[in-house]
Design a protein around this ligand. Structure first.
Ligand code: 5AD
Ligand code: SF4
Length: 435
């Protein structure tokens, strides 16, 4: 009889890709994917803890399986990823949800098969949280679910310890993969027909394999075939002119860059331990724009960091106006136990943060909308990713990351198509194929 798995993923691209690795392990054990947790023999929650609401979301959904587990006693529920990796959280989870069968940390993903086998032979909850990161495991074969896009890890972990961030505590220190392994993986993916490769790391610019990151990117860009290359995330302190040179030299590398600034205020940046000033950030942006004028720059911003004054917030707004980001992820600061910022005085009241985030979102949206309008009448190359059943339109992105919708008689998923843009509605574009 067939056995089924269902994976619920929270958080960043890193987690999305790790869920593909979990899917690879489960399919290797003979399980098949299913969309309905009620039909699944194993449900895996791949969790995130970057902000409190990500945690609450996961807690809520794990709680919802209690009833199901009562009638389906043989179903296995596993909770893994960043949430249980936090100090004391695994015990916490176990107390709160005693019906969860397996709890595993970020460094135990590769052992999932053994953990499941252990559970199948025992009534007890299996809890495995490894503190140290160990060697990089090259054995996992991800079961990719995002064709024509493919994620490729180049490094794991983070050494930056931005004072608000839990990532270095739950993902461990930086470890880089060997460049040969990365290039081999990219070549294989291109051969299989993938059309967009995104190199992934918490801070790709501090890649320290046998090459530097710009050298690695150049080697990847030399791979033959028509495909796009993206990379994320870049830390502004390590973003270098050498990297701009490589981006400018190879058309395969998309002219877009995710460069999280977090704040425009120098005192807040210092308290965040970001190790650059707003002036240095703007200089890097200016250099990038002088070399690649059409480069779309996107960012992450946090409001309500401890001690953030109205003046600090206003200079963040000024910086956003100056850079004119193509889009931005905006967050309200969330206190994470164990980080430096959690101990800082002057935590900002919720009403103040809410009012600031609303102003910031309005500004970012108005910039994104204005930029969308400039597309009308232009022809853009879209890599078709999917079909939207509701809108009866195909969709994909241009090299700048902007979403475009269009009708087509044929299935063009995985193909590059040229679209003449007719409408720009907020962040996305609509148009028709031109030949
Ligand atoms: N509160 C709010 N936002 C956070 N981020 C990281 N930690 C926190 C936190 N404690 C944001 C940063 C980062 C993005 C991935 O998440 O902007 O770049
Ligand atoms: Fe967190 Fe900073 Fe590392 Fe990014 S660079 S993962 S924000 S500590």
């Amino acid at each position: 009889m067939d056995k089924f798995y269902h994976i619920v993923t929270y958080g960043c691209q890193m987690n999305v890709h790790e869920s593909e690795k979990i899917a690879g392990i489960l399919s290797g054990m003979g399980y098949k994917s299913c969309d309905d947790p009620e039909k699944a023999d194993i449900v895996v929650f791949n969790t995130c803890c970057i902000r409190e609401n990500a945690e609450n979301h996961a807690f809520g959904n794990i709680g919802m399986l209690k009833k199901l587990k009562r009638v389906r006693k043989d179903m296995i529920i596993a909770v893994g990823g960043c949430l249980p990796q936090q100090m004391n959280k695994a015990e916490n989870l176990h107390e709160k949800f005693p019906y969860v069968d397996i709890i595993f940390g970020t460094h135990n993903l590769h052992n999932l098969k053994e953990l499941i086998e252990k559970k199948l032979n025992s009534k007890k909850t299996v809890i495995e949280i490894e503190d140290s990161e160990g060697e990089i495991c090259e054995e996992d074969r991800p079961l990719r679910t995002s064709y024509p896009n493919a994620w490729v890890n180049i490094m794991y972990g983070c050494n930056n310890f931005c004072s608000y961030c839990i990532v270095p505590y739950v993902r461990g220190r930086e470890r880089s993969r060997q460049s040969a392994k990365i290039i081999e993986e990219v070549k294989g993916l291109v051969r299989e027909g993938y059309k967009e490769i995104t190199l992934l790391g918490q801070n790709v610019n501090s890649y320290k394999g046998d090459l530097t990151f710009p050298q690695l990117l150049e080697e990847v860009a030399k791979t033959e075939g028509k495909f796009r290359i993206r990379f994320m995330t870049s830390h502004p302190k390590d973003f270098s002119p050498e990297l701009i040179d490589v981006m400018a030299k190879y058309p395969k590398i998309c002219n877009c860059l995710h460069l999280p600034v977090q704040s425009g205020s120098d005192s807040i940046l210092k308290a965040m331990n970001r190790r650059y000033t707003s002036g240095q950030y703007l200089e890097k942006v200016a250099l990038l724009k002088s070399r690649i004028p059409d480069c779309a720059i996107t960012t992450d911003l946090i409001v309500g960091f401890p001690g953030e004054t109205d003046e600090d917030f206003n200079v963040t707004m000024d910086l956003v106006k100056k850079v004119n980001f193509a889009s931005a992820f905006t967050f309200v600061y969330s206190k994470r136990q164990g980080t430096k910022a959690a101990e800082m005085p002057d935590q900002i009241p919720e009403e103040v943060s809410k009012s600031r985030i609303m102003q910031l979102v309005d500004l970012v949206n108005s910039q994104t909308r204005a930029l969308s309008q400039t597309y009308i009448g232009k022809t853009v190359e879209i890599l078709c990713e999917d079909y939207d059943d509701k809108r009866k339109l195909y969709l994909g992105r241009d090299e700048y990351g902007r979403m475009g919708y269009f009708p087509s008689e044929q299935n063009v998923i995985g193909q590059f198509v040229n679209i003449k843009v007719e409408h720009a509605n907020g962040v996305s574009l609509t148009g028709n194929i031109v030949v």
